[in-house]
Design a binder for this molecule. Structure first.
Ligand SMILES: C[S@@+](CC[C@H](N)C(=O)[O-])C[C@H]1O[C@@H](n2cnc3c(N)ncnc32)[C@H](O)[C@@H]1O
Length: 284
């Protein structure tokens, strides 16, 4: 009998489930992308109905990632990156940003979602000898680090930036997210960096949290909001680069464009107002 939904296989024989809202494609929708299906949009709109600030938060995250990669390449001279859970490609992927400051930076993307892998391989890795896309699950850290493709590109004897942006909240407590991160950190060379962005339930209305988590419970991964203290715990004994664990817009490094633009917009509005007034007075 017809199952009533589309399913499509990739080269590796994985079947793409097109009936379940996909967390990567929902995120693409929040960012205004086109790589999403009706099933994703329906779920994303449920989230937006409860939490209309989500697209702004998604853009704040992209802006944070841009600034943190600049900080790591330009100031800390990091040359290699492991980005687990990169999501669907955008126009400012980690390697695009890193290559602005260090054209030989090496980037290994790791994701377990066949949709992300297919898009990533088509758009990113094949064009770049210094970029690769690996099929791996964050819940299997040893397997990720032992992947031959990762070993080919990334020298674990040298500092690495491990990027876990907006992915750890898809790992429920029962899967031991803190132990997973500790395991990954154990394998990294001294002077490596850990970058995390994570959805928090701090300061949020419990009804909003329930509406959002209920929707994600029907999607390809559940969403677990964590407190600032729980997020801080991922860093263990690591020295924290100031300002430490803060809201995305409070991570102040390279945070200059927005206030300047806001100020400019204010003056443009003010001038426009003056011009309109002047025009009105002139025509009288
Ligand atoms: C919201 S997107 C994050 C996008 C990107 N990191 C950013 O900051 O813009 C979450 C990504 O995590 C991936 N993901 C979720 N659970 C994962 C797991 N267990 N292992 C690997 N990737 C996972 C999803 O497939 C998706 O690509």
């Amino acid at each position: 009998m017809n199952s009533g939904y589309w399913a499509e296989g990739d080269d590796a024989g994985n079947v793409l489930d097109m009936r379940t809202p996909n967390v990567a494609r929902m995120f693409d929708y929040y960012l205004g992308g086109k790589d999403n299906l009706a099933v994703d949009r329906v779920a994303a709109i449920k989230v937006l109905t409860a939490a209309p600030q989500v697209p702004r938060a998604a853009r704040e995250n992209s802006d944070f990632v841009t600034r943190v990669i600049q900080f790591l390449t330009e100031e800390k001279h990091v040359e290699q990156f492991i980005d687990i859970g990169p999501g669907l490609p955008t126009n400012h992927n980690v390697h695009d940003i890193a290559h602005r400051y260090h054209k030989y930076a090496r980037v290994a993307y790791v994701d377990h979602d066949p949709v992300v892998l297919a898009h990533g391989r088509a758009l990113l890795a094949r064009k770049h000898p210094l970029v690769t896309m690996i099929d791996g699950d964050l819940r299997e850290p040893d397997k990720i680090l032992a992947d031959p493709e990762l070993e080919r590109l990334i020298d674990l004897g040298q500092p690495v930036a491990l990027c876990l942006t907006l992915v750890l909240h898809f790992i429920p407590d029962r899967d031991g997210p803190h132990e997973i991160v500790a395991r990954l950190l154990d394998r990294l060379a001294p002077n490596s960096y850990l970058v995390i962005s994570h959805v928090t339930g701090d300061d949020k209305n419990p009804d909003i949290i329930t509406a959002v988590t209920d929707t994600y419970n029907q999607a390809t991964a559940p969403l677990v909001m964590r407190s600032r203290a729980e997020v801080r715990r991922f860093f263990g004994e690591c020295a924290m680069a100031p300002p430490g664990v803060v809201y995305l817009t409070q991570w102040y490094r390279y945070l200059v464009a927005e206030p300047v633009l806001a100020l400019a917009a204010h003056y443009i509005d003010y001038l426009r107002h003056l011009v309109i007034r002047a025009t009105v007075q002139f025509s009288r």
